[in-house]
Design a protein around this ligand. Structure first.
Ligand code: NI
Ligand code: MN
Length: 224
């Protein structure tokens, strides 16, 4: 087993690597009973500063003495609020005890919940026990995905499909094609009225590409 991936709702995921936990975009409004206080959380990754992604990152980092990795400006915002941080830029692999990660472009905006500049928005590619998993953050379809595939083809792609603020279904299907991942997981849909999406239609279109589409329910765990 490489790792367990648990869906926490919206764009939030938990990675469990041998009881060492990594959180991505921990916005927990859809899963308020999530038991993070009892978990051995080591690292928290945040794609950008919007509140539906930064979520409870600072609170969790402080309570668990976990570290927040984010783009430089957003990481420093977290540090100013008492969190232990690892500020990064785009394009360089960063080594951790339980994974490695590289921050990559996302085409979106980014500001903190109180309106401060938060650097550029990001996608994040992780490599965990030899498996590469790409979390697209909030983004439109973009040709960087072709370069990502050429350089470090992901095995698993987690893609927003809700439209309005991000890619919609049609663009996300093209993103899955360009990224080359064999497993695709939809996120960032049906949370708010503006981002309604027909996930059954998305699943069919991904399967038409010969890929596996995993539609995850909140608190569901996938093993890779
Ligand atoms: Ni956003
Ligand atoms: Mn968002």
């Amino acid at each position: 087993m490489a790792f367990d991936l648990r869906y926490l709702g919206h764009s939030a995921f938990e990675i469990n690597n041998n009881e060492n936990y990594i959180l991505i975009d921990p916005f927990l409004a859809l899963f308020p009973k999530y038991n993070w206080r009892n978990l051995n959380i080591k690292e928290i990754f945040v794609t950008h500063g919007h509140s539906d992604h930064l979520g409870s990152a600072i609170e969790i980092a402080k309570a668990k003495e976990a570290r927040i990795t984010a783009i430089y400006e957003l990481a420093n915002y977290c540090a100013d609020r008492g969190a232990f941080i690892n500020p990064v830029g785009l394009g360089g692999w960063v080594d951790y005890d339980y994974c490695k990660a590289i921050f990559l472009p996302a085409f979106h905006s980014s500001s903190t919940p109180d309106g401060q500049y938060a650097g550029c928005p990001c996608s994040i590619l992780f490599e965990i026990n030899g498996v590469r998993i790409f979390h697209a953050g909030d983004t439109c379809l973009n040709q960087e995905m072709k370069i990502i595939s050429e350089m470090n083809k992901p095995d698993i792609a987690i893609l927003p499909i809700g439209g309005h603020f991000t890619m919609d279904i049609k663009s996300a299907v093209k993103a899955a094609d360009w990224l080359g991942a064999e497993v695709v997981i939809p996120m960032h849909y049906n949370t708010f009225p503006h981002i309604r999406a027909d996930v059954d239609k998305f699943k069919i279109l991904i399967e038409d590409l010969g890929k596996q589409c995993m539609v995850m329910n909140i608190d569901e765990v996938a093993r890779f």
